[in-house]
Design a binder for this molecule. Structure first.
Ligand code: MRU
Length: 377
């Protein structure tokens, strides 16, 4: 981790969580990340001075969540260019760091293409690096703007589906400001409902094995002042059965052309529960997460993660005992099945909310039309 330095933040909490930012100190440009593996115990920043440090941060989930991975990938290319590294090599390493979230490869591609086009025009490395940085900044700003519009469309949809307010919303994984240039995707909708006085409670799935719900969504919910309750993932069934869930709101890592949604493992069982209990299952994601080049759910590559994430509990405080540095909860040598994501078929999705509006019912035609409309803007 030679080029990845930890920097401990001040005790005072910022009003906005800076999940990522570009800085230009005299020693050269750096990408500063809020290390999400250390939350909620500590707010620690990681300072990346090259793309390989960023690749490590992506793999360890210090930086994570589809939209933020796209922004990070674009800044990573800009960082490699600004520091005089091989841009193609950096772009390939970044794009391949995690396979499922389509935004990562997309962000890398946007900055890489901006770099290439400017170099072809000017023949100057400096202006090509500036073009890559401008592309990353643009993507960052676009994501913030998309987040505002997703929240508006999502709130309007909740109003249509659940007239009368007082929503009790169940969410999974983490989809707020920690994964976005703005306030996020699904969490931004819950936040908008909270601000409008229409959220009765946010049910937060803990999201095993890495606890993005318990560590990160609960952290964001607590900061927002909304009413929220944490549950184990396997308590969701009884919560539905007791009539306590009005809607499910989740994000997405990739949406295939047929409307299949890859998201954090545990999303698909929620969709099945929601259908059985006649509860709307709503996916909130920017149009950049829709990947028309992936035809269907079966074509989505699902990242498989190391078994120790399941056989050990890794605390943010980092208790040291097992191979992964966590507390063993299974006999030594136990095999684990640990897909990072699952895929929900379109027929179980009530609506996909994007910055361009909502698609419901979810069909290949409606998604293709949405993407075409978004490209014309
Ligand atoms: O493995 P992670 O933590 O990167 O997974 C993140 C998710 O599954 C999110 O729900 C998804 O990226 C949508 S974020 C708006």
């Amino acid at each position: 981790m030679a080029d990845q330095q930890a920097r401990t933040g001040e005790n005072s909490r910022p009003t906005e969580i800076p999940a990522i930012r570009w800085e230009e100190p005299p020693e050269g440009p750096v990408l500063v990340l809020l290390d999400q593996t250390r939350l909620p115990a500590e707010e620690v920043e990681l300072v990346c001075t090259d793309a390989s440090a960023l690749v490590e941060a992506v793999r360890s989930l210090a930086v994570r969540g589809a939209p933020l991975l796209g922004i990070a990938g674009a800044y990573g290319v800009a960082l490699a260019a600004a520091r005089g590294f091989d841009v193609d090599e950096a772009a390939n390493a970044l794009a391949g760091a995690r396979p499922t979230a389509v935004n990562l490869a997309l962000g890398v591609r946007r900055a890489r293409e901006a770099h290439r086009a400017e170099f072809a025009r000017s023949g100057e490395e400096g202006s090509a690096a500036a073009a890559a940085l401008a592309a990353a900044r643009r993507l960052h700003a676009e994501d913030a703007a998309a987040s505002v519009r997703m929240a508006e469309h999502g709130l309007a949809l909740l109003g249509e589906l659940l007239p009368g307010g007082g929503h009790r919303i169940l969410t999974h994984c983490n989809t707020g400001a920690l994964v976005s240039g703005g306030e996020g995707t699904a969490f931004a909708v819950a936040l908008a409902a909270h601000r409008a006085g229409e959220l009765r409670r946010l049910w937060v799935d803990e999201t095993r094995p890495l606890l993005q719900g318990a560590r990160l969504t609960a952290y964001e919910a607590a900061r927002s002042g909304m009413a929220y309750t944490l549950l184990t993932d396997n308590a969701a069934g009884s919560l539905f059965a007791s009539g306590e869930v009005d809607a499910v709101l989740i994000g997405a890592d990739r949406i295939a052309a047929d409307g299949s949604v890859a998201n954090k493992v545990g999303s698909y069982p929620l969709a099945v529960l929601a259908r059985y209990h006649h509860v709307p299952f709503i996916v909130v994601a920017p149009v950049t997460t829709v990947d028309l080049r992936t035809p269907d759910g079966a074509s989505i590559e699902v990242e498989q993660r190391p078994g120790f994430e399941v056989t050990e509990i890794t605390t943010p405080q980092g208790a040291v005992a097992g191979a992964g540095g966590g507390i063993p909860v299974a006999p030594l040598g136990t095999q684990a099945y640990n897909p990072a994501f699952d895929v929900t078929p379109p027929e179980l999705v009530t609506a996909i909310v994007t910055e361009e509006g909502a698609v419901s019912p979810v069909t290949a035609e409606a998604l293709a039309e949405l993407c075409a409309r978004s490209r014309q803007v």
